[in-house]
Write a protein that binds this ligand. Structure first.
Ligand SMILES: Nc1ncnc2c1ncn2[C@@H]1O[C@H](COP(=O)(O)OP(=O)(O)OP(=O)(O)O)[C@@H](O)[C@H]1O
Ligand SMILES: [Mg+2]
Length: 248
């Protein structure tokens, strides 16, 4: 299986804080990799080093064979990296369908087209994506009036419009109820397996992590402390210590 992400000896400090310390891991296509760890462990920093928002102090990030150190976020995106955000990021005054069309237009490098043209372009492709995430019946509603769970689905469809090989999901189920969480993750897992997309996700809900991850990496104070299958990680004494310690 091809590697979609290779992180090697990654380091990033903020002043005296070593947020990410000598971190190495790989992700292959079709795999769901969860990155877990207590607050301040370095998860978001690591995400931002991969998506181009931060530059590493040391080490490298290789996406689909391209070393992306120093790339801007849009350059990383153009390699086929989709992302969803902890805080949803749709255009709230546009309809669901228009949001997806904008994303598809960007994929086809036609962002300079007038927004009015969005209405007439890529309708079929957009509706296909909305069907895929199960919200085609909401297509003509403004994103600003959608239920939160539906908005997360729009965001997933926007990320998929880029036809990514790597999907970065920062707490995809944050703010959702338990049932909604399970159904969004089930849908995500189903789509990414069918499309052979590698997914890196952070998540505080351990039920979600242990149900959907193929592999888990555990960070603590910027360092990798454990890596393995859900069973291996669950039984790891260092992980148990970190989680029991952080709850106390
Ligand atoms: N821009 C920044 N400037 C200064 N310090 C930062 C910055 N971003 C992160 N840090 C520090 O780096 C460390 C790692 O933070 P990070 O946000 O990556 O953790 P996290 O694992 O995402 O935590 P959480 O689970 O709470 O989201 C923390 O000590 C944090 O205070
Ligand atoms: Mg974070």
């Amino acid at each position: 299986m091809a590697k979609v992400l290779e992180v090697q000896k990654l380091c990033k400090s903020f002043g005296g804080v070593e947020a990410v310390k000598n971190l190495s891991f790989d992700l292959v296509e079709g795999q769901l990799l969860a990155m877990i760890g207590p607050n301040g462990a370095g998860k978001s920093t690591c995400f931002n080093l991969i998506n181009g928002q931060l530059k590493p102090d040391y080490g490298s990030v290789v996406v689909m064979g391209h070393r992306i150190n120093g790339y801007r976020p849009w350059q990383v995106w153009s390699l086929g990296v989709g992302r969803t955000f902890q805080i949803t990021s749709t255009f709230t005054s546009m309809t669901v369908l228009e949001n997806i069309k904008m994303a598809i237009l960007s994929f086809h490098r036609r962002t300079k087209s007038l927004i009015t043209r969005v209405r007439s372009l890529y309708s079929d492709e957009s509706m296909e994506l909305l069907k895929l995430v199960g919200i085609e019946d909401q297509h003509d509603r403004a994103c600003g009036v959608l239920a939160y769970g539906d908005l997360k689905r729009v965001e997933l469809a926007v990320a998929l419009a880029n036809r990514p090989k790597l999907l970065l999901m920062d707490e995809p189920t944050a703010g959702m109820g338990a049932a909604e969480r399970q159904s969004l993750m089930e849908l995500t897992a189903d789509i990414v397996r069918r499309r052979n997309i590698g997914v890196l996700f952070t998540e505080h809900d351990m039920d979600v992590v242990f149900t959907y991850a193929d592999r888990i990496i555990v960070l603590n104070r910027g360092e990798l402390v454990a890596e393995g299958t859900p069973d291996e990680v669950r039984q790891n004494s260092k992980v148990q210590e970190i989680y029991l310690g952080s709850r106390a």
